[in-house]
Design a binder for this molecule. Sequence first.
Ligand SMILES: *Cc1c(COP(=O)(O)O)cnc(C)c1O
Length: 233
Amino acid sequence: MSLNDHLAAVHQRIEQAAKAAGRNPQSVSLLAVSKTFPAADVARVAALGQTAFGENYVQEAVDKIAALRAHWPELAWHFIGPLQSNKTRDVAAAFDWVHSIDRLKLAQRLNDQRPPGRGLLQVCIQVNVDGEFTKSGVRPEEASALAVAVAALPNLRLRGLMCIPEARADVAAQRAPFVRLRLLRDAIAAEHGLTLDTLSMGMSADLEAAVLEGATIVRVGSALFGQRPAPPR
Ligand SMILES: *Cc1c(COP(=O)(O)O)cnc(C)c1O
């Protein structure tokens, strides 16, 4: 299958799940996760109308963004991977979104390092919805306090929550962590009067479950670009 066919198939999956949930398919946006794939592949997908791309590795992403900027200035770049404090400066300069905020120090550094004139950096807080199984993300009971602190930073705009659940076999089981993220988002928004319009959840294997539970951004890599090469070292 070509990239064109893959993209159409992903859009169709989103549309069917949205319709099954009684949602407008337009309320779900596709983030094309291009990590480990070359700039040429991003350009091919961009030529098909896709504008939002997700990356995990800072140096790889910075190089790719620079290579594509001249021809594709309209692309939006989302950082979705684990972020080390010593890499925040590059991320603050190159990206439009960061989905993986899991501690205040990261948010403060991104806020302080956001270049003037670059506009607000859109951010989500990553929540560890699976407890002991994974280590990335803030614990659910700590998400509310982190959200309040992040929302107060002037160069960031807190948009919502993100999660990466453990793989689960069927849609019913996949929905459980996504329900938890949605309810947590609703509770934090209500408690603090915050507008949190984003639920970044769902990947190639579980995007239907995520859309059924209210995902507004699904992050899709392999279903679009094919099997990933090994990550850069
Ligand atoms: C790699 C990655 C994805 C895409 O995963 P696929 O299973 O290839 O769709 C989505 N989100 C995050 C945070 C990732 O690291």
